[in-house]
Design a protein around this ligand. Structure first.
Ligand SMILES: Nc1ncnc2c1ncn2[C@@H]1O[C@H](COP(=O)(O)OP(=O)(O)O)[C@@H](O)[C@H]1O
Ligand SMILES: Nc1ccn([C@@H]2O[C@H](COP(=O)(O)OP(=O)(O)O)[C@@H](O)[C@H]2O)c(=O)n1
Length: 271
């Protein structure tokens, strides 16, 4: 099949936006979709987590107004990048491609998932200047020219970061199910002692903060499709998104056919 970038103008790199509340399945879904389509995956939440981790390591006192310029400075000056490892056959039942997150060239993939980072990240993510810095980085990644497409997940991807995304998904699941999944996920990593009730409280608190903040709150874009992962398996969700993407792609191919025949008839008319 011809490369999509050969059909669409460079500015129209295929974009898939996946938003939703904490632990709704965004990053797992996004990684599988990106892997299947050969697209780049960008975990926007990891970027906010990385800045939060750096602030914690520097003992910055959150919510102290005099410390805010330091956090903003970290957002503006830190280098964040990603690498994806493709599993060969997968380990055990988990064949999910893994994303490595680098903060100033250090692999912080595990450190950004601790409860301490989770407890503080929504505060950092609510600072308008931090969002401005992350938005610029996110758009830069998404518009890099050497990729066919991008899948980005977060809270404001369909509404603010990539409002031009051709496919927009809003993933949801009931809170208890999300908390239990996050509990199982963290327990496997054995990075720290995890308590289900604490995870549930963190998810509820973070959802509230993300929904209520002034700048780019968690919202479903009007043109996003809602998928409920409480009742749909990972493979069903991934399958649906791939199907939507393929439909959009074939529409784009047909449109490009119509456009080129329109151009031909315009040329003939001019002759
Ligand atoms: N549709 C699904 N059904 C069941 N479990 C899922 C589904 N999607 C994701 N999961 C699992 O739920 C957990 C949280 O998913 P994750 O992708 O980390 O969520 P998010 O990125 O939204 O925080 C992971 O362990 C993941 O494997
Ligand atoms: N596009 C985004 C992505 C994340 N975030 C913030 O970053 C936090 C962590 O995001 P995440 O995607 O890693 O969180 P989980 O859904 O994995 O728990 C969220 O709770 C938001 O406060 C955001 O504000 N905007």
């Amino acid at each position: 099949m011809a490369s999509l970038t050969a059909i669409l103008p460079k500015s129209s790199i295929f974009k898939i936006a996946i938003d939703g509340p904490a632990a709704s399945g965004k990053s797992t879904t996004a990684r599988h979709v990106a892997h299947r389509l050969g697209f780049t995956y960008i975990d926007s939440g990891a970027m906010y987590r990385a800045i939060t981790l750096k602030a914690l390591r520097r003992n910055i006192q959150f919510e102290s107004p005099s410390e805010m310029p330091h956090i903003i400075n970290l957002a503006n000056t830190s280098k964040i990048h990603f690498a994806t490892t493709t599993p060969i056959g997968g380990s055990g039942n988990d064949n999910t491609p893994q994303t490595i997150v680098y903060l100033d060239d250090e692999d912080v993939s595990a450190d950004i998932r601790t409860m301490n980072v989770s407890r503080n990240v929504s505060f950092v993510a609510a600072l308008p200047e931090v969002r401005k810095a992350m938005l610029a980085k996110q758009r830069r990644y998404a518009n890099s020219t050497d990729i066919d497409g991008v899948v980005m997940d977060g809270r404001d991807i369909g509404t603010a970061v990539l409002p031009d995304a051709q496919v927009k998904i809003f993933l949801t699941a009931i809170t208890n199910v999300r908390a239990m999944r996050r509990y199982e996920q963290l327990k496997k990593k054995e990075k720290e002692l995890v308590v289900y009730e604490e995870i549930l409280r963190d998810i509820e608190k973070r959802d509230k903060a993300d929904l209520e903040r002034k700048v780019s709150p968690l919202r479903k874009a009007i043109d996003a499709v809602v998928l409920d992962t409480t009742t749909l398996s990972l493979s069903e969700i991934v399958g649906k998104i791939i199907e939507m993407t393929n439909n959009m792609k074939s529409d784009a191919v047909q449109l490009s056919g119509i456009n080129s025949s329109l151009n031909e008839s315009t040329i003939q008319t001019q002759i």
